[in-house]
Design a protein around this ligand. Structure first.
Ligand code: ZN
Length: 266
């Protein structure tokens, strides 16, 4: 039996997805010391007006766009399969929400990173799309570094653009939290068919100078609470202010910042 010659497709081929490559292509890609981005989403309720997929869709879109841009600028970057279920116990009162237990979620993120590291990916970005995952990912990153000798970066996509969000938003503090002005605008830009603006309703979090209730400004106190205690719709924030044009502009700004990080990362 004869063997076909190995393909020599460049690492910046049309898809930024790791799983679109065959293994000889991955082996070739690894000779370029690529970055791999692991989008970390969730499957959970996003109010009456957005689908359960929001967090998975948004972190994956940011990852793929940034990977394309970074690869185009000479920093080969691929996107691993998205972790599509996260840590969402606080959304379980709403039908359809799924959650992993904290230990399971941490194990999934850890095993993804150690698998990638075993193949020779030296830079792994866990790009988070769900607030409830953030602390567990940060603590997983510590264990990966000090117990498994795997170096990862962890960030939630919106944190890359906090300055831009501050000037972009039209809502007061509390208007950006969950299924809010930001997430609804981003979904309206990417998948307008999935957004039901007629069902969007504003619900603001309780006001406190110790806990703003805004995704972009956490304040000194974090409260662990279930969403059904805070909102009848499942959303918190001002989704009625969402706008697809502004969503596109914000998406571009976030992708720009993530791309800059990928390029700067040594
Ligand atoms: Zn979300």
């Amino acid at each position: 039996m004869t063997h076909a010659p190995e393909p020599t497709r460049p690492a910046n081929g049309s898809s930024p997805r790791l799983d679109a490559l065959n293994w000889p292509e991955v082996r070739e890609l690894l000779t370029h010391d690529p970055i791999v981005v692991v989008p970390v989403g969730a499957t959970e309720q996003h109010g009456r007006h957005l689908p359960l997929s929001v967090d998975r869709v948004l972190c994956t879109a940011v990852a793929e766009r940034a990977a394309r841009a970074a690869t185009g600028r000479g920093r080969p970057t691929v996107v691993a399969p998205t972790i599509a279920v996260g840590y969402s116990p606080h959304h379980m009162a709403f039908p359809g929400s799924l959650t992993l237990r904290a230990a399971t979620f941490t194990a999934v993120a850890t095993d993804m990173a150690t698998s990638l590291s075993e193949h020779g990916f030296h830079r792994i970005l866990l790009l988070n799309g769900h607030g409830g995952n953030a602390n567990l990912l940060r603590s997983a990153a510590q264990s990966l570094r000090f117990e498994h000798d795997v170096r990862v970066s962890v960030a939630s996509y919106w944190d890359f653009a906090l300055d831009r969000i501050a000037s972009w938003r039209t809502s007061e503090l509390g208007g950006i939290n969950h299924a809010c002005e930001m997430e609804t605008s981003l979904m309206a830009a990417l998948h307008p068919e999935s957004v039901r603006m007629d069902a969007a309703e504003d619900v603001l979090p309780p006001r406190s100078r110790f806990a703003s209730g805004d995704l972009t400004e956490t304040g000194p106190v974090t409260r662990a609470g279930s969403f059904e205690e805070l909102t009848p719709t499942g959303a918190i924030g001002r989704p009625t202010l969402a706008d697809p044009e502004r969503g596109r502009a914000l998406l571009d700004a976030i992708v720009e910042e993530v791309t800059e990080y990928l390029i700067e990362w040594t």
